[in-house]
Design a protein around this ligand. Structure first.
Ligand code: BGC
Length: 376
């Protein structure tokens, strides 16, 4: 299986160093080299069940993540590339950490305390995923740790005052922990020295079939949301909170991605499919189940827990078969889906949305956990 093969590969790499403890070994190898010679490291987090998650220091990207199917076969369940150059050549944020701002800010402008800030417009007229060189394209400092909770990788990055147009020097820490219960727990933290805006997320594209270049239309999605945020032609929320009931956006009962994706619906037309933020229902717990995805053939079930108020469900509409897949095929339209936990897009410009402001002296702190299991 994929997992064994990869072990062989990484052992044969020249620059293998090991930071291992008996329980949850974390393997460290070199994934590639940046044009300026900086080495990009790869850490393989493992658990006792046999799950493996590869994370590289470029973009904090999850390049590989293995999970068992109902027969216990481990396969890779995330889209990505084998080589660093492919990420550098242009990746649609495969597996990456996103910052300073997940999703779009209209016209790349926002005001804070009377001052207007101008950001890159790298998606038509709008700003997307932190700009030209967001957190998905920087080198993170990585410290592997073995905590009681599992194999942990602590990633840190300092974004200088004014970077990509954002105010304040932002110190960011993202901690990935792989537990023995097949959970990847992600903790995001940030502090600033000036008032600023922050909205961090993780951009993994999942394909639970293990056949990474196959469409994901057969996956059944559940979203714990009564409303979603309709968008305009530039995929900026209009400000309305719209009921999902009676529309293709209703995932309160699990439904396959394909079931209504081609329905005659203006919002589906604007997104080219699903590419919207769902407003998560507030449950009794503050870290409740936000979403799940189930792949009937393999039995793989992915559950997403978060304390964020929203989740961007993106059905991989812009994938077009031009990028080579890890399995030898190509990443075609809708061959992966994303469940990006976050604050709502364009919040800095929308007074009715929960605030994304961070002040000096405060700590931005959010948590998202992806849990994998199987169902017969
Ligand atoms: C956005 C999409 C975008 C994709 C890749 C998603 O988070 O919602 O509109 O195409 O990221 O950039």
């Amino acid at each position: 299986m994929g997992c064994k093969q990869n072990k062989k590969e990484s052992q044969s790499e020249m620059e293998t160093a090991k930071t291992e403890s008996e329980q949850n070994p974390i393997e460290e190898t070199i994934f590639g080299e940046m044009p300026d010679g900086t080495k990009v490291k790869k850490f393989t987090l493992k658990n006792e069940a046999g799950m493996e998650v590869d994370v590289i220091t470029y973009g904090g990207i999850i390049t590989r993540w293995t999970a068992p199917d109902k027969q216990g076969n481990y396969e890779d369940i995330v889209l990505g590339f084998d080589r660093l150059e492919q990420y550098l050549d242009g990746s649609p944020y495969f597996g990456a950490l996103i910052g300073r701002y997940g999703n779009r800010i209209a016209k790349g402008k926002f005001s804070l305390d009377g001052e207007t800030y101008t950001l890159a417009t790298n998606d038509g007229n709008n700003h997307l995923h932190g700009g030209e060189k967001g957190f998905d394209k920087v080198i993170w400092n990585a410290i592997p740790k073995n905590t009681g909770a599992g194999a942990t990788l602590e990633l840190t990055y300092t974004s200088e005052d004014g970077e990509e147009g954002y105010p304040g020097k932002l110190d960011v820490k993202v901690t990935y922990t792989l537990t023995n219960e097949n959970e990847l727990d992600i903790q995001y933290e940030a502090v600033t020295d000036k008032p600023t805006v922050v909205n961090l997320t993780q951009h993994s594209y999942f394909n639970l079939s293990g056949q990474l270049s196959k469409p994901v239309l057969d996956h059944e999605i559940y979203l714990n949301a009564d409303t979603y945020l309709p968008v305009d032609g530039g995929l900026i929320p209009t400000g309305e909170f719209r009921e999902v009931a009676g529309t293709p956006f209703d995932f309160k009962e699990p439904k396959s991605i394909g079931e209504e994706i081609e329905a005659d619906n203006e919002q589906l037309d604007l997104g080219g499919g699903y590419d919207h933020c769902w407003v998560l229902n507030e449950g009794e717990e503050d870290f409740g189940l936000a979403a799940s995805a189930y792949h009937p053939n393999t039995g793989r079930l992915l559950e997403v827990y978060t304390n964020e108020p929203g989740i961007q469900f993106y059905s991989g509409n812009f994938l077009d078969g031009t990028l080579p897949a890890k399995d030898g095929g190509a990443y075609g339209k809708r061959s992966g889906f994303c469940l990006e936990t976050q604050h709502y897009p364009d919040s800095p410009n929308q007074a009715n949305f929960p605030s994304v402001r961070l002040n000096p002296g405060e700590t931005y702190s959010t948590r998202t956990m992806f849990r994998l299991s199987t169902k017969q």
